[in-house]
Design a binder for this molecule. Structure first.
Ligand code: EPU
Length: 419
């Protein structure tokens, strides 16, 4: 098992170019099934989860290749409707393929994705919505089978009880080739959903309202291929900004999605960092010590503070002057990184949904284990700013979401090696 060995203490400086978004790429790769044609994706990140998605596409009969950051997906002969259990287990996001496969073939068989590092991750909203669109759903021995008796889905009015990102994406994917109009109320508004919709519109889909809480999809007969550039990864961007905030120094983030990162940037600014964002660049400089964030940082669906950036910002605030408080409202088990930060000297108390971070003078290196993708990244943020050497094991979690992680940190002047 590989490890990251990080020696902290260097101030960071330099510029890095942000990777394409993981959470856009995965649903867009699923959406490519619907085109029955060749799609080319630019700025596709080289990540373990993207490789898993490519394996799912190939298992369905698509021809999918990834050369550099360009993915070519030819789905003209993809007739498969079953996602193999081993691939379902590789990645929770494989559930994204359900709506697309169902939209294309009228059938989909897959296994229950189960819980993950973030706690139980039910798919009740996905299934209830697909059932409203005509799917007959049965489950047997851990396998779920969805079948459209009329061969294709029909439009429906769906009100989500919570703006789930995955459920919103699955409904859209199933609706673009359905008969009639589908309306999603209380839809999730995450930028990655808008990116997937832009891709689908480039293929000929009729979707309105993405980015708002009411999305309307008018089913079309067929789609066609397209060339599409994936949006930048706002959470990877947040990670490198938080790292410079933790270590001190100055950096420029290029290819940044400034508007989409605003909910994170506006909170990071309260730590006293100087941040200047224009067009697709973000400059951050931290001179003196960080200040604690005075208001409670509540994770919320977009445009609220993103749950994916909670651990990352917490790692920086561990050495801020004063006390910061987080409230995690999206996932039940998203404080698993705190034990590692405490081992590194942080003063953190978790009480149910809340985590209270009393800033300490400095963190020190320790041997820690990445608990999940963002939790692992948070440990790296803390390690770059800490005194001494930190060994992070189980870095396969980090490799799921960060392209060339160690190269990025090295080019900012951080000391990190993969062993
Ligand atoms: N939920 C249900 N029932 C459902 C669906 C969701 O109860 O049918 C609950 C979940 O258990 C969770 C909450 O609703 O408590 C939010 O889940 P959501 O469906 O919005 O999340 P997701 O689609 O599973 C995506 C991202 C996550 C990100 C969340 C929230 C991808 C591939 N994953 O997950 O990203 O944290 O939205 O923004 O897009 C990450 O990148 O590290 C990551 C975990």
């Amino acid at each position: 098992m590989q490890k990251f060995i990080i020696t902290g203490g260097n101030r960071l400086s330099g510029e890095i170019e942000l990777q394409g978004s993981k959470n856009s790429t995965l649903p867009i790769m699923a959406a490519a099934i619907l085109a029955k044609d060749k799609c080319v994706l630019e700025s596709c990140p080289n990540l373990a989860d993207v490789y898993s998605a490519a394996r799912i596409l190939n298992s369905l009969g698509c021809k999918c290749s990834l050369v550099g950051n360009r993915a070519e997906i030819d789905s003209s002969e993809a007739e498969g409707s079953k996602i193999p259990e081993s691939l379902m287990r590789e990645m929770r996001s494989s559930i994204m393929f359900m709506g697309a496969i169902l939209g294309r073939t009228g059938d989909c068989i897959f296994s229950v994705p189960g819980g993950c590092e973030l706690g139980p991750r039910p798919i009740d909203m996905h299934l209830a919505a697909l059932s409203k669109m005509g799917a007959e759903i049965s489950s047997c021995g851990g396998e779920i089978s969805c079948h459209m008796p009329k061969g294709k889905a029909h439009g429906a009015r769906i009100s989500l009880s919570f703006p789930s990102v995955g459920a919103t994406e699955n409904i859209i994917l199933c609706a673009v080739l359905a008969e009639g109009e589908t309306v999603i109320n209380n839809a999730a508004r995450e930028p990655e959903i808008c990116d997937m919709c832009r891709f689908l519109r480039s293929c000929g889909a009729k979707i309105k309202g993405d980015g708002e809480s009411r999305i309307v999809v008018e089913g079309v007969e067929k789609l066609h291929g397209c060339e599409y550039r994936i949006m930048p990864d706002r959470i990877a961007g947040a990670t490198y900004l938080a790292m410079t905030a933790a270590a001190g120094g100055a950096m420029i983030l290029k290819n940044a999605c400034v508007a989409e990162m605003e909910p994170f940037i506006s909170v990071l600014e309260q730590t006293g960092c100087f941040i200047c964002a224009a067009e697709n660049r973000i400059y951050l400089r931290r001179g003196g010590r960080l200040k604690a964030v005075r208001d409670r940082i509540r994770t919320m669906p977009h445009p609220g503070f993103p749950t994916d950036a909670q651990a990352i910002l917490m790692a920086a605030l561990a050495t801020a002057d004063g006390t910061s408080v987080f409230e995690e409202n999206i996932f039940d088990c998203r404080y698993r990184h705190t034990d590692a930060l405490i081992k590194m000297g942080a003063d953190i108390q978790v009480m149910g949904k809340a985590a209270v971070i009393r800033g300490v003078n400095r963190l020190h290196g320790a041997d820690v284990e990445a608990t999940d993708l963002r939790g692992g990244a948070a440990m790296a943020v803390a390690a770059v700013g800490a005194e001494g050497t930190t060994r992070i094991s189980c870095i396969s979690h980090i490799d799921r979401g960060y392209e060339k992680f160690e190269n990025m940190i090295t080019s900012l002047g951080g000391r990190i090696i993969r062993e």
